[in-house]
Design a binder for this molecule. Structure first.
Ligand code: 5AD
Ligand code: SF4
Length: 450
């Protein structure tokens, strides 16, 4: 019998990317093989995101398209996983009756058995979400090279869920309560990855600052904070670079900030979402910090690691945001001078508190504010990039083609390097020293320092 083929399409954040890897590996263990063309696969998995309405619309239109593909490929099974699955459940099946399996965020480890059940019972919904949930011990495939050639960096999930309830955010509903993975599972996973050739690890969680706060993560029951975990991971031999994401400023401890001073392989790069530069808006967002407190954190971080590159997330047009509030966000941008940022128009999400706020900002105002913010951020990013001109930076090689090498600095900047004369012995994951001679808005150019 031919092996069944699967195709996974991932939307949204890095957590979802990692979850997709876990599902792919689980399916391989169940005898599936990865296919190259979605429409021809026996099993299509959409791992979905519902952070903003647009993300959800993308999933719906792809599902519409798959209805036709399934009509001409009768054996096809369609599975919706991730945040839209978790949030919509039954409603999704009503709109998209050709879906065979709807699997929630805590059930991805059970995808094999759920699919088997769904083959006899199409339209199966597995979206139970538990509060006291142990993230299963799941080790990566030790033969990484068998999966994809030349992998050198990986995401490692250290916790699931979120307890913060920012008023605009769907995550507490789609990913449930905060649960941390056991320290030993995380360390063992990273050791397997390093043995497989991985050189850079990014630790992932919705709010890594609260790692280890809501459940016991050590065998001896002693507490282990996120900063403690960073020290433990940094001690594993063979790792060149360590990063993490994401942090909520409200509980960013001094102990964690000091890691940037004390752990050499912790990259000087920090994504610290601020969301807004107005105390009134921050309060309605339930963020639990003020602009002043945020700026103090920025100062402290820079005192511990002067070269640290900061990035952030911004929402414009939150309900009730006045011109003055928005000006606060623009002022904050000038004060911090982020290396980069992700900015979004506020989007109502079902079940969130802000969806019920009545002073919504009109769409055209949101659009104008977003354009203004992004235009200024682009200028600042370019100015920031120009600060690197003439300096020598270490890059980790990501890809190589006949005339250029693409790499990334510890500060997370892309550098393109002329590869002529470098020979064939450079591999992804190698570290090279480059002298920066050109700065663009989104990337740098460098030459090899010999
Ligand atoms: N509308 C717009 N942006 C949102 N984000 C989260 N929820 C919403 C929403 N309802 C943004 C935040 C968050 C990032 C991942 O997405 O900036 O940090
Ligand atoms: Fe999207 Fe948030 Fe779910 Fe990630 S956790 S997929 S960003 S809704």
């Amino acid at each position: 019998m031919n092996q069944r083929t699967f195709f996974v399409k991932t939307f949204g954040c890095q957590m979802n990317e990692r979850d997709s890897e876990i599902m792919s590996q689980t399916l391989s263990m169940h005898g599936y093989v990865e296919g190259m063309v979605m429409e021809q696969a026996d099993l299509v998995i959409l791992n979905t995101c519902s952070i903003r309405a647009k993300a959800e619309q993308k999933v719906m239109s792809l599902l519409g398209m798959l209805r036709k593909a399934k009509a001409s490929n009768k054996g096809m099974q369609i599975c919706v996983a991730g945040c839209v699955a978790q949030q919509e459940g039954e409603k999704l099946l009503e709109r998209m009756p050709h879906v065979d399996l709807i699997i929630g965020t805590q059930n991805i480890y059970r995808i094999g058995e759920c699919l088997e059940y769904a083959r006899k019972n199409p339209g199966f919904i597995a979206i139970d979400l538990q509060d006291n949930y142990d993230i299963p011990r799941f080790m990566p495939d030790s033969d990484l090279s068998a999966n994809k050639p030349a992998e050198f960096r990986k995401f490692v999930t250290i916790m699931q869920g979120c307890n913060n309830y920012c008023s605009y955010c769907v995550v507490p509903y789609t990913r449930g309560r905060e649960v941390s993975r056991k320290v030993s599972d995380i360390i063992d996973e990273i050791k397997v990855l390093i043995e497989g050739g991985i050189r850079e690890i990014t630790l992932l969680g919705q709010n890594v600052n609260s790692y280890g706060k809501t459940n016991i993560v050590t065998d001896n029951g002693l507490p282990c904070s996120f900063a403690d975990l960073l020290h433990l991971v940094a001690e594993i031999p063979g790792l060149s670079r360590l990063r993490f994401t994401t942090s909520n400023p409200k509980d960013l401890s001094d102990q964690l900030m000091r890691c940037f001073r004390d752990i050499p392989i912790l990259c000087p790069q920090f994504h610290l979402p601020v969301q807004a530069g107005s105390d009134a808006v921050l309060k309605r967002m339930n963020r639990k910090y003020s602009v002043q407190q945020y700026l103090e954190l920025v100062d402290t971080l820079r005192s511990y690691r002067p070269e640290i590159a900061l990035s952030t997330d911004i929402i414009v047009g939150f309900p009730g945001e006045t011109e003055e509030d928005f000006q606060g966000t623009m002022d904050l941008l000038e004060q911090v001078r982020y290396h980069g940022s992700f900015s979004f128009k506020y989007s109502d999400r079902p079940g969130t508190r802000s969806a019920d706020f009545d002073d919504k900002v009109p769409e055209d105002v949101k659009t104008r504010r977003l354009i203004e913010f992004q235009a200024r951020q682009d200028e600042i990013s370019l100015e920031r990039n120009r600060e690197y001109l003439g300096s020598t930076k270490e890059i980790m090689v990501e890809s190589i083609n006949s005339d250029s090498i693409k790499g990334r600095t510890t500060t997370n900047h892309i550098v393109h390097v002329d590869s002529s004369g470098l020979g064939d012995n450079i591999r992804p994951g190698d570290l090279l020293m480059t002298e920066i001679y050109h700065a663009g808005q989104h990337s740098l150019k460098g030459k090899i320092n010999s």
